[in-house]
Design a protein around this ligand. Structure first.
Ligand code: DLZ
Length: 176
């Protein structure tokens, strides 16, 4: 996973039109200067893809650990097509960093699978503030841009695949 020189705002391909898409953005308040910069990037990218202002819904949670439940609230209580989760965890002297990173990674993945809804992982997991600044609008771009682009691309893919799905496909879901 070589990310050393990758600019997070660089797009590999043009974004699909997001004119008919709706997004929830859940933002962690810890390291607020950084997460606000991530939010600016995400919103800018959504707008650039044609997403309408009234289809961008922003909610705050206390910290990155709460992003999972914030994303689930969007899935359960709103009609957004995807969620963009934005946070910044900075390595400290204790193992708190590992627990928060593990929790949010598994949590978000679990929610997107359970709800069949894209949830973009816009969480910086860094060693220090300098690394965070470099990735939230600094020399390495903005993780918020990357997360928003991923969300748009996944909604597009879901729309395409749902439209192409035959009506008689076997139900492969496991019933617990
Ligand atoms: C407690 C904590 C610590 C130490 N560090 C961070 C951090 O770097 N980034 C972040 O987003 N949140 C941090 N938190 C807060 C937790 O995410 C969470 O909000 C609290 O543990 C309460 O559940």
């Amino acid at each position: 996973m070589a990310t050393r020189n990758r600019n997070l705002s660089h797009l590999d391909s043009p974004l699909p039109d997001a004119g008919d898409m709706a997004f929830g953005i859940v933002v962690a308040e810890w390291n607020r200067d950084i997460t606000e910069a991530l939010l600016q990037g995400a919103v800018r990218t959504l707008r650039a893809a044609g997403c309408q202002e009234h289809n961008i819904h922003i909610k705050y949670v206390p910290g990155t650990f709460e992003l999972t439940l914030g994303a689930q609230f969007f899935a359960e209580y709103t009609d957004v097509d995807a969620v963009i989760a934005l946070g910044c965890v900075i390595q400290g002297d204790t193992r708190h960093f590992d627990f928060i990173c593990d929790g949010v990674t598994h949590g978000i993945n679990q929610v997107q699978i359970q709800w069949n809804m894209p949830i973009a992982f816009g969480v910086l997991t860094v060693e220090n503030m300098q690394q965070a600044e470099e990735r939230s609008g600094g020399r390495l771009g903005n993780k918020g841009d990357e997360a928003a682009a991923a969300a748009i691309n996944m909604v597009r893919l879901q729309i395409e695949m749902e439209a192409d799905a035959p009506t008689n496909i076997p139900d492969r879901k496991t019933v617990n």
